[in-house]
Ligand binder design. Structure first.
Ligand code: GLU
Length: 496
């Protein structure tokens, strides 16, 4: 099956609704749209589908811009940057839809419906009670306003519904799934009583007006697609190609929702300290196979350009992928280790600021310390948010190191003796360098006191960092300097 059934230049879009924190699915859809579009040298559009005024949230649109930019999934046209098909917000395009509705009404493909919400509810309840197929019973079809007004359950402001023919063909070709058939839909509302189009009309009109050639969206829209195909046909428009991406699922196979899973929110990944390049790689792997290296081994670590270059719809796995955060954590560690120390330190800053470890404008000394510590912890971190605990002890006063309960609990009876011997050995060290510190401490504690390294160095680590787990001990001591290190050892000793 060809990936480009139309000879038009490829144009794709992602069309999030600004109803709250951006959903991780928006990034996932953008990535697959964009991977294909960049490969084809096409254009990618960001359209805001804000016709659902009841669920609209003011700040949501900006969050969509910010999170997609953070991921590097950027668009060529959109509400914030404009483009030849502006406006890109549906609420600003209301006059675009009316002529299409008028045409459908004039041709008898759509009709006004004055049924009140109460009547529709009673109708549905009755259908369910009698175990009949549910759907609009067409009470209004073929009636004038006056005729309908005579009957019960009438409202002043009508909606417009599609008149779905009984013998309608409900199959379409999907780039991922091949031939798809869907159940016969209800007489879909296309224009609401408030004058706003529903999603179904707006999506068809906008995809046409914006020259969209490929509609790449979530699997949950499969049952709507035949209605869209029908609207395209009725309006004499060339339908785009469709690709329905498998839904992201929780480990229990349920659909990822913002109510149940914090990881459904894109901002969560920022808060947790995931790198955008790791998240992009992870989202691609959810529905796309790893690359093979020359020996035929799977290579799971790849960037957007790799992904885009080898993209093919036929390789997208249609089975709902499990959202396995363990895999993301692993990838994140891989990407953290790929960064330069300078870059990693810069990315740690916002996390350290929000944890109160560093001020908004750190001093040059604080930055120098950060670079030195970053080098030590780069291999030990899976998430940027872990840095606060590891880096924090380097920025507190020596008499303010907080000893964590678990660190104190594992101190043995001989901890005082160990700290004293360690202090003595360190006092005699000439040059304050990690290798010399290690040599002196090993000689005094492992050889001298006959301790296993774990017991020899545990109390020192607790004294220096307050933690059971810390950056490498001797390097940490080197960064802290002689005075601070000795002060911290003496301080813990005094509390035992
Ligand atoms: N506004 C729809 C959504 O938020 C877009 C679906 C589509 O891409 O057609 O999922």
């Amino acid at each position: 099956m060809s990936d480009t059934p139309s000879s038009r230049p490829v144009r794709t879009r992602v069309a999030p609704s600004p109803t709250g924190d951006p959903h991780v699915g928006t990034a996932y859809m953008s990535l697959f749209n964009l991977g294909f579009t960049r490969q084809q040298g096409g254009q990618f559009v960001l359209r805001i589908e804000d016709t659902d005024r009841a669920r609209f949230r003011e700040d949501s649109e900006q969050q969509v811009f910010d999170t997609l930019r953070w991921l590097g999934l950027t668009w060529d046209e959109g509400p914030d940057i404009g483009g030849p098909y502006a406006p890109y917000r549906q609420s600003e395009r209301l006059e675009t839809y009316q002529p299409y509705v008028d045409r459908l009404l004039a041709e008898g493909k759509a009709y006004h419906c004055w049924c009140s919400t109460e009547r529709l509810k009673d109708m549905r309840d009755e259908q369910q009670r009698r175990k009949l197929p549910t759907g609009y019973d067409r009470l209004c079809h073929g009636k004038t306003r006056e005729e309908r007004a005579e009957l019960p359950g009438f409202t002043e402001t009508p909606v417009v519904r599609m008149l779905i023919p009984d013998d309608v063909e409900l199959t379409f070709t999907d780039l991922i799934r091949g031939q798809v058939s869907a159940p016969r839909p209800d007489d879909q509302v296309i224009l609401k009583a408030d004058g706003f189009p529903t999603y179904h009309l707006a999506v068809v009109v906008d995809d046409h007006e914006m020259g969209i050639t490929h509609v790449v969206r979530g699997e949950e829209w499969i049952s709507s697609t035949p209605k869209h195909v029908l609207l395209h046909r009725w309006l004499g428009l060339e339908a785009p190609a469709f690709a329905h991406m498998p839904l992201l699922r929780n480990t229990d196979k349920s659909k990822i929702s913002k109510r149940k899973n914090p990881a459904a929110r894109l901002t969560w990944f920022q808060e947790q300290g995931y790198l955008p390049e790791a998240l992009v790689n992870f989202l691609a792997l959810l529905a796309y196979p790893p690359v093979q290296d020359e020996e035929g081994n799977d290579v799971e670590v790849f960037d957007f350009d790799d992904f885009s270059a080898r993209f093919a719809w036929s390789k997208v796995n249609p089975v709902g992928p499990i959202f396995d955060l363990k895999k993301l954590e692993w990838l994140n560690g891989v990407y953290i280790r790929k960064l330069t120390v300078e870059d990693l330190a810069a990315r740690l800053l916002p996390h350290l600021r929000s944890a109160g470890v560093l001020p908004d404008a750190p001093s040059p000394e604080q930055m120098a310390t950060l670079r030195a510590v970053t080098e030590l912890i780069q291999t030990r971190m899976a998430m940027l948010s872990e840095a606060a605990a590891l880096v924090g002890p380097f920025y507190v006063a020596d008499d303010a190191v907080e000893v964590a309960d678990d660190a104190r609990a594992q101190l043995k009876d001989d901890a005082g003796e160990v700290l004293e011997a360690g202090t003595k050995a360190l006092e005699a060290v000439g040059e304050w360098k990690a290798a010399d510190l290690e040599a002196a401490l090993r000689a005094a504690l492992v050889d001298g006191l006959g301790l296993k390294p774990k017991f020899a160095f545990g109390p020192l680590r607790t004294a220096v960092s307050g933690q059971r787990i810390s950056p490498p001990l001797f390097e940490s001591m080197e960064i802290l300097g002689r005075e601070s290190t000795l002060a911290r050892l003496r301080r813990l000793r005094a509390t035992l």
